[in-house]
Design a protein around this ligand. Sequence first.
Ligand SMILES: [Zn+2]
Ligand SMILES: [Zn+2]
Length: 135
Amino acid sequence: MLCDICQEREATIHTTHIVDDVLRHGNLCDKCFEASKPAEANDLTTALQAGCRYCGGEPYGGGDDPIARLSGVRKVSFMCKPCGEEYYRFLSQKWPGLGETTITTEQIAKIRTSDMSSILIEAEDHMKKWVAEKK
Ligand SMILES: [Zn+2]
Ligand SMILES: [Zn+2]
């Protein structure tokens, strides 16, 4: 598969992102990826060094948060395994069917009709309390 941008080199990086409610897959070569995402790569490095965004623990999963992105916020952050599990457990109560790694266009549509910002604020509050109680 050739790179989407230059159509010359083999695509080695496959990305998924949401543009106008549509889940898009991008295929880029190393060079075009570097060129197109310098800011994002820096954000990733910074976020990775900061560790889990709730407890500061060892980062387990994360990156560009697709849910935060839906509400118009660009957020790159990581969570440790227990915090990530708890975060998605909480969100899946609000948005049934929400998976940790996959998000379908149907789910996006459903999420869009809900009060996203207040649910995300609730999730943040919940996580802070959850981490505080755990300590
Ligand atoms: Zn390319
Ligand atoms: Zn954590």
